[in-house]
Design a protein around this ligand. Sequence first.
Ligand SMILES: [Zn+2]
Length: 251
Amino acid sequence: MVYIDAHCHLGSRQFDKDRNEMIARMLEKNVTKAIIICCSEHDLEHGIRLRNENPGFKLAMGIHPQDLEEDNKPERMIRFREIAEKIKPDMIGEIGLDYYSHRHTKEYQKAFFISQLKLAAELDLPVDIHSRRAAGDTYEILKQYPARGIIHSYSGSAEMAALYIRLGYAISFGASVLFPNAKRPAEVIASVPLDQLLTETDAPYQSPVKNHRHEPADVLDIYKAISGIRQMEPEALEAAVERNFDRMFSH
Ligand SMILES: [Zn+2]
């Protein structure tokens, strides 16, 4: 069986000391397909190497909505496009809107989100969407600028998920499904069509365990929670998630 981590920051500085060991732990658990999210030069350098070494690893690059405080001039988008044309990522992301932590850069976030959606459409690449406390604007922009891809680490309502699903997006679930008494996630997880569902860790972030650095190997816990909530055979969930992952990149 193959497990998917549809969103992990394998190039993160938090893995600089033991990246190879972390990758070995991941492969040992059969987490052999993953999307490496790169939002900095440092992460991208590692991401390119890891993609070359692992046929199941896909490379995503994006300008993160939390990263627009200093360099938010339009020229940044020109440089981004040049790099994308050179390294040929498999996906654009993560991109989107974060009004939870960065409300003050709202206008820049919208502008860079739209520019990156347009670039993804032009390059015929899927996108990976970060949306926090910004569902209304995220949805309006995605409706206006059609692309295909993933809503990452989804924790919103079933109604909102249904709107993204109608636009063709896959909904990816992370550690929020593991929290005890997670009533709303259960309702949302049960409502997503099986062919639009993905799994992720967001490693090294979003660990459900205190003082533990999240790793792709931990994605098995997320599978377990989802198959429990949906009352389905683990093998059927594993096969479906792998199909959804492969379809995303078979364009
Ligand atoms: Zn992330």
